[in-house]
Write a protein that binds this ligand. Structure first.
Ligand SMILES: *Cc1c(COP(=O)(O)O)cnc(C)c1O
Length: 349
């Protein structure tokens, strides 16, 4: 039987069910709602016009890493580019996890950690955030050291809650945990605080960034990992040689140099977040979790019912059906018109 060749440990695994683009209003995937100005689009077309399609891309993606280094104010030798930070989560998992190794993750947190840990043969150990999705760091550190985990993944700001862990506490975690600590700063731009400046201070720190959220480049698939030389050396062993395609490298490099556009887009998204929050606060019977991201997570009485109404209106939000996030909806900040329409529908239900 062909099934005899399959992995027993993946028997109950479900393929990740990403949404296709078939809704009128997308407020489910934490993408940017903004488009680039026509001048920049022209510039991007120009950049890929005379492309050497027959040649493999730069395996180290050095030009785009230089552009990101300038943007993030780190040494470009501290960076590895990935086909989305998703791939960097996978590379990190593959580089450090042996069969049966334990890895600590928080709940709730980004769902892909769990998947890549298991694919690498590791065992995810879950540490629960409290009722209000706050972290008891002392307890986490105790658990990490008692369980002897190899790796710890934390998204900060947290997806899907939008909450943050202070720099002081992150430092306590890095110093207190006897393992490699990955701080995933996918939403850094909406929060403004980072620990990327500490990658050379701590031997066990990895920081992840992405261009999919604030930068508005989700379609390109590009993310960055920042760490010290010793960890990067190990990580390179698990990196596919040409992981970042040449079109992505070229376009991302141009966009990353457009800091004015990037910053004004971030500002616009933050203003819309305020508008959305203000509107939500005027609606009764919902709990709003504090956010430092480009999304707002709320709790309603019956998320399934509310979500059904949204779908009827062609609006896609992220609805959580079970577990700790039951009855929660995660709403990505949209344009003013989209936010208004979202609020209108929510008011009605
Ligand atoms: C969206 C997201 C990512 C993945 O981003 P890509 O670069 O598009 O792969 C990683 N981590 C968190 C916490 C995210 O929300």
């Amino acid at each position: 039987m062909i099934k005899n060749f399959f992995r027993e440990d993946l028997k109950d695994f479900k393929p990740y069910d990403a949404e296709k683009n078939e809704y009128r209003i997308r407020m489910d995937a934490n993408e940017s709602y903004l488009h680039f100005p026509d001048e920049l689009k022209e510039k991007l077309l120009e950049a890929v016009k005379d492309f050497a399609l027959n040649r493999y891309p730069d395996p180290t993606a050095s030009d785009v890493c230089r552009a990101y280094a300038d943007y993030a104010k780190v040494d470009f030798n501290s960076l590895m580019a990935g086909n989305g930070s998703d791939e960097l989560i996978q590379i990190t998992s593959n580089a450090f996890i042996n069969d049966g190794d334990k890895v600590m993750i928080l709940s709730p947190d980004f769902s892909m950690y769990n998947i890549y840990i298991k694919l690498a043969g590791g065992i995810p150990i879950v540490f629960d955030l409290d009722e209000d999705f706050k972290l008891n760091a002392e307890e986490l550190i105790d658990n990490v050291n008692r369980e002897e985990v190899k790796l710890l993944f934390i998204s900060n700001p947290n997806n899907p809650t939008g909450g943050v862990i202070s720099r002081e506490t992150i430092i306590k975690i890095i110093e207190g945990c006897n393992c490699i600590v990955v701080i995933d700063e996918a939403y850094y731009e909406f929060y403004g605080k980072t620990v990327i400046d500490l990658i050379d201070k701590y031997e066990n720190l990895i920081v992840l960034r992405t261009c999919s959220k604030a930068m508005g480049l989700a379609a390109l698939r590009v993310g960055f990992l920042a760490s010290n030389k010793i960890l990067l050396n190990e990580l390179r062993k698990a990196k596919p040689p040409y992981n970042l395609n040449a079109v992505t490298q070229t376009i991302a490099e141009v966009v990353l140099r457009e800091t004015e556009i990037i910053n004004s887009n971030i500002k616009a998204i933050l203003e819309e977040r305020e508008f959305l929050l203000q509107g939500l606060k005027e609606i009764e019977n919902i709990k709003i979790y504090p956010t430092n991201s480009n999304f707002v997570t709320i709790k309603v009485n019956d998320a399934e019912k509310v979500n059904k109404k949204f779908l009827e209106e062609g609006i896609k939000v992220r609805s959580f059906k079970a577990g700790r996030l039951k009855n929660c909806l995660r709403i990505t900040v949209g344009s003013r018109a989209e936010n208004e329409e979202f609020l209108k529908v929510l008011r009605r239900v």
